[in-house]
Design a binder for this molecule. Structure first.
Ligand code: DAH
Length: 344
């Protein structure tokens, strides 16, 4: 027995291996569950009692030796195999894809609308999303008891800083007021932004959405000027052949007020659905700025007049891309988003 162990010492000392697989074979052979050294430990009980101590010591040494030698071989072949892995590199394998972002459809549509109005001299402006009653309602000629101020529609914000009640703006018309307060005509501005209404979320309504507001104030601005500008916009955005119509409407801040439709067509079932069977699609609200609003903003209505308009970006994007559920814009599912526009 002792001789056998001594022989193994020599044998293990002289072990060599040239790759990982060979090392693994050696490990199994000497150190594995059914390996030589485990076998010797099993034989241990047959060793006479007076030799047990010496033999036990020797076996432990042998195991340590085997672990050391085989561990060393492992390291050696491990490092050579890194060098070898260069040889194994396969350039024909497909690479890792780099994910590239793309613009959100709402950003694309917003930017296109901004570009169209920029080309005829409209400048960008914006205002806060948390507004006071004056800019969102009072200055815009909303009567004290107007239903739009109702708790149903407006998210009021607790104001810890002053007595004034604040709210999330319900439309971007509030920016009109801020622009007029800060500057005398001529004014040509568009104001894109996020607006908030206390509405149940559905395929056609959301509590957050986006609008673009337009405002033009100067001497002798007429309803015809407004109509021409909006026709220009409709043709630029929807195509040269686009027709528009203005229907009388009501907004507290414009007089007269109108809603603008574009001719969408009635060629198939989806046209019927989108236009509710009329062929016309409502795109925006507009009108001549009410003299009261001008007065509220320190602009003399005897000297100046102007028009304003406001449109919902989601609505327009839904028509452009044939999206029938508004919630898609806010879910930010990459599979939805990556269908739009050029990569950044
Ligand atoms: N603020 C209106 C809304 O949210 C849209 C609008 C209508 C804006 C007429 C205007 C306008 O500037 O003249 O429904």
């Amino acid at each position: 027995m002792l001789d056998k162990v001594k022989e193994l010492f020599n044998e293990i000392d002289g072990l060599s291996a040239s790759n990982k697989a060979e090392v693994e074979n050696l490990r199994v052979k000497y150190l594995g569950q059914k390996g030589i050294i485990k076998g010797l430990f099993a034989d241990f009980r047959n060793v006479p009692a007076d030799q047990k101590k010496e033999f036990g010591q020797l076996l432990n040494d042998l195991r340590a030796k085997a672990e050391e030698v085989i561990g060393g071989l492992k390291e050696k072949t491990g490092s050579t195999s890194t060098a070898g892995s260069k040889k194994e590199f396969d350039a024909s394998l497909p690479g890792y894809p780099f994910l590239v972002g793309s613009r959100h459809p709402l950003s694309l549509v917003r930017q296109e609308i901004i570009d169209i109005f920029s080309r005829i001299g409209f400048q960008l402006s914006d205002g806060p999303e948390v507004e006071d009653d004056w800019h969102n309602f009072s200055a815009l000629n909303f009567p004290e008891d107007h239903p739009a101020r109702d708790m149903q529609d407006t998210f009021f914000v607790k104001n810890n800083y002053g007595k004034e009640e604040l709210a999330l703006r319900t439309h971007t018309s509030s920016v009109q007021v801020r622009v007029m307060e800060g500057q005398q005509p001529p004014i040509r501005t568009i104001s894109p932004g996020r607006v908030f209404r206390n509405e149940a979320i559905s395929a056609r309504a959301h509590c957050i959405f986006h609008q673009i507001e337009g405002l033009y104030i100067d001497k002798d601005v007429s309803f015809a000027d407004m109509k021409q500008t909006l026709l220009y916009f409709a043709k630029e955005f929807f195509g040269e052949k686009t027709k528009i119509r203005l229907r009388p409407s009501y907004f507290p801040f414009t007089e007269p007020s109108a809603e603008m439709d574009i001719w969408w067509g009635l060629n198939n079932e989806s046209d019927h659905r989108i236009t509710k069977g009329t062929g016309w699609l409502e795109i925006l609200g507009c009108g001549m700025v009410d003299p009261n609003v001008l007065k509220n903003c320190n602009i003399d209505p005897e000297e100046y007049s102007g028009y304003a308009f406001g449109m919902g970006i989601e609505r327009i994007a839904m028509n452009r891309y044939g999206i029938n559920d508004l919630r898609m814009f806010f879910e930010n599912d990459v599979r939805f988003l990556k269908q739009f526009g050029a990569a950044l």
